[in-house]
Design a protein around this ligand. Structure first.
Ligand code: GBH
Length: 505
């Protein structure tokens, strides 16, 4: 008992010292023990991350920048989509969002103060090429150049995502967006241009963020039950409702765009430039942690991601996938498959929730998915099933199936019903519970030999959460969208301490 007390007091002293959040000092100081006593009571901690681990935070252009029509920026499909009443909750738009375009210096300073050593941001393609192709817009590039300088000056490593869903509207109008290979080619030109222009300072690129989300949400959407026997059609820009066959073709063009972009970045970026993708892979979790169940979950991972992750890492669509889709299967050439599977420097996975739980099966597939129980715990977003194990299995399966030598967790985090309390603090205790539990599993994967090099918490700040508008707050920093005031949450001090100690705290 006595020992336990000392740990608590020592931790309080540390917390009280952080800039982002301080607890009342009196109770801490009154109970302080001597330095030697504190050292001797250091708990053994096996939850340490490897030296040089990237502790990062993430954002995306449309979700934070605002300045939707400034400095020569072209329209994106998200500008168009959000401007149409009825598409977004409360008819919120990203016109102003976090006003990050003007406040980036303050935002970088905040990132530094919460202890991030890396930053994953995205570049708005229509700022760089307002028409999608052709003439570049120097003012758009200048913004990212200023941002990158600011980030580097703060001692933070920049990681750029090239496509986080804000496609130039012109490419939608001209080609139907990713329905055409022309968009994949235009994407590669833009990607090569960025690597050429920012490559002296930005060494890591993610081509496309969440293929599955923008393809399925934007080009088909999905119906959800909203009670009273009613359904609601949800999705995102550009708001199309394609058939399954056409949707498979869009997926194919998206992975082709990725492969072409990898080649363009290698051709035009300086030597040493590194590139990969960031996909919200479907993550099956084995019901039991026994060899048979683990094997079943591995098979499920390969199968359930056959259309995206698997083809990018294997250079072929699996026989099962092609058979399953029959006449709806994508049209492709062998050359395209080669391009799609261009060698990568790392694999990025966005990890929020398990896709399903699996058990072994005698059927040829070798696995069976079981339903997720209705009473399963969830975080605030209604889709967000809570299970920390997925942060163990996602990287582990990427490693065991495809031998990835470097893996990044490109997103992980949760929304909460955060409010600023009377004392001007935000007590997001659920987010701390979430982070501790998930990161414990990530550390376990690394301890088991999975090569994970970094973790980007989603998100640096509350922001525009797509069709949910400003309602779902994912940030480590609370944003008052009326005043643009930023307030670090309690979880920001948790993150800072974890990053500083390089371990789960
Ligand atoms: C990511 O997408 C995005 O990259 C990011 O921009 C976003 O802000 C963040 O995560 C938080 O949402 O999952 O089958 O129940 C979110 C992933 C995928 C969540 C689609 C909602 C809906 C259907 N999204 N999902 S499902």
């Amino acid at each position: 008992m006595r020992t336990e007390h000392r740990f608590i007091r020592r931790d309080l002293i540390k917390l009280a010292g952080t800039a982002a959040f301080s607890l009342p000092a009196t109770s801490v100081v009154a109970g302080a023990t001597s330095a030697s006593e504190q050292t001797s009571s250091e708990p053994s901690n096996t939850r340490t991350f490897p030296k040089g681990f990237y502790w990062g935070v993430g954002t995306s252009s449309y979700q934070i920048e605002g300045a939707w029509n400034e400095d020569g920026k072209g329209l994106s499909i998200w500008d168009t989509y959000a401007h149409k009443p009825g598409n977004i909750k409360n008819n919120d738009t990203g016109d102003v969002a976090n006003d990050h375009y003007h406040r980036y210096k303050e935002d970088v300073a905040l990132m530094k103060s919460i202890g991030a050593n890396s930053y994953r941001f995205s570049i708005a393609w229509p700022r760089i090429f307002p028409e999608g192709t052709g003439q570049a817009n120097p003012k758009g590039l200048a913004f990212y150049s200023r941002l990158v300088d600011e980030v580097k000056a703060a001692g933070i490593e920049p990681f750029a995502t090239l496509y986080h869903w804000d496609l130039p509207q012109t490419l939608q109008d001209k080609y139907g967006g990713w329905q055409s290979k022309e968009t994949a080619k235009a994407f590669a030109d833009y990607a090569g241009y960025i690597a050429e222009q920012l490559g002296d300072r930005v060494k890591h690129y993610f081509t496309i963020n969440e293929f599955r989300s923008f393809v399925e949400g934007g080009y088909q959407g999905f119906d959800t039950q909203i009670g009273g026997g009613k359904t609601l059609h949800l999705g995102g820009a550009p708001g199309l409702r394609l058939s399954n066959g056409d949707l498979n073709q869009v997926r194919h063009h998206a992975v082709l765009g990725h492969g072409l972009a990898v080649q363009a970045i290698r051709a035009r970026g300086p030597t040493g430039t590194k590139v990969g993708f960031a996909e919200n892979m479907r993550i099956p979790v084995p019901v039991l942690e026994t060899p048979e169940y683990v094997k079943a979950a591995e098979r499920a991972t390969r199968d359930l991601n056959a259309d995206l992750t698997t083809v990018m890492l294997e250079g072929r669509y699996t026989d099962d996938y092609l058979k399953r889709n029959g006449k709806d299967a994508p049209k492709f050439t062998d050359d395209e498959l080669k391009t799609i599977a261009s060698p990568l420097d790392f694999v990025g996975v966005n990890v929020y929730k398990p896709n399903s739980y699996v058990v072994p099966s005698d059927k040829p597939q070798g696995y069976r998915s079981i339903p997720i129980n209705a009473s399963h715990p969830k975080m605030q977003s209604e889709w967000h099933v809570f299970d920390p194990q997925c942060l163990y299995w996602a990287p582990r399966h990427v490693h065991s199936l495809w031998g990835a030598k470097s893996i990044f967790i490109t997103e992980n985090g949760c929304a909460g019903s955060d409010v600023v309390s009377d004392d001007d603090k935000v007590y997001d205790s659920d987010r701390i519970m979430f982070l501790r539990a998930y990161l414990t599993q990530l550390q376990r994967a690394i301890a088991d030999g999975v090569p994970v090099d970094g973790y980007f918490l989603w998100s640096a700040q509350d922001n525009f959460e797509w069709i949910y508008g400003y309602g779902n707050r994912f940030g480590l920093i609370y944003v008052d969208f009326k005043t643009q005031k930023r307030t670090p949450k309690l979880s920001a001090s948790w993150f800072r301490e974890a990053a500083r100690r390089n371990e789960v705290v």
